[in-house]
Design a binder for this molecule. Structure first.
Ligand code: DX5
Ligand code: ZN
Length: 219
């Protein structure tokens, strides 16, 4: 099943709850929450207290994307504030096994992400425990960048790796996804689509519905 995960990084934080309600009511299945620490990526976004407050606004899946160094320090904190799924970067830790175990012990789904220059092959040792592979299609750190075309091949590879396990592993794409290129990502094998600017700029409900329509008719 294809899933839409609007990234609230592109929302208007003055009316964040309201905008989340809009994507929720328009049918988005996940809420993608980008956490940035100013070290793994240059920006600082938001953290646990914001997520905890947002938990009151919607029951949709909170898909937390950690762009932080040493995510092992914070898994319990993000679990406690209401994450349903936690994705961390393989480049940010040398304790990936431990992090996966910690996420699963708390009953949450676990994903690992690769930056554009990191081969998806590095995730092979974790495939037996992964729920989701996140292929970044821009350099992490900022919304509103353009999709990097060379990453489409990585999405195809991730899909092959995922299917090769015989388990159900989601392949997520994140960065520069628009109504114009979402089909490329879907055809390459992505089934969880993150999109920030293309949803939150303009008519949020209409944008959400337009994405959902494309997701419905894709493979
Ligand atoms: C980038 C974030 C993305 C970003 C996507 O580091 O992980 O989730 O918000 O935003 P757009 O869709 O605008 O590229
Ligand atoms: Zn993200």
């Amino acid at each position: 099943m294809n899933i839409l995960a609007p990234s609230i990084l592109a929302a208007d934080f003055a009316v964040l709850g309201e905008q989340i309600r809009t994507v929720d009511e328009a049918g988005a299945q996940y809420i993608h929450i980008d956490v940035m620490d100013g070290i793994f990526v240059p920006s600082i976004s938001y953290g646990m207290p914001v997520i905890k407050s947002l938990r009151k606004v919607t029951d949709k899946v909170f898909d937390v994307h950690l762009m932080i160094e040493k995510p092992e320090r914070y898994i319990s904190a993000f679990a406690d504030c209401g994450a349903d799924s936690i994705t961390f970067h393989i480049e940010a830790t040398d304790k990936a096994d431990e992090v996966l175990e910690d996420i699963h012990c708390r009953g949450l789904k676990a994903g690992i992400s690769v930056k554009p220059d990191t081969p998806v092959e590095v995730l092979r040792p974790y495939l037996d425990r992964l729920d989701m592979i996140l292929v970044m299609t821009v350099e992490p750190g900022f919304g509103g960048q353009s999709y990097l075309d060379f990453c489409t091949g990585k999405v195809e590879e991730a899909r092959k790796m995922a299917d090769g396990t015989g388990r159900s592993i989601d392949v997520q794409v994140d960065g520069g996804i628009t109504l114009g290129n979402v089909e490329t990502a879907l055809h390459a094998g992505a089934n969880v689509i993150v999109t920030g600017s293309a949803v939150f700029r303009g008519d949020i409900a209409a944008n959400t519905r337009a994405f959902l329509e494309k997701l419905q008719y894709a493979p």
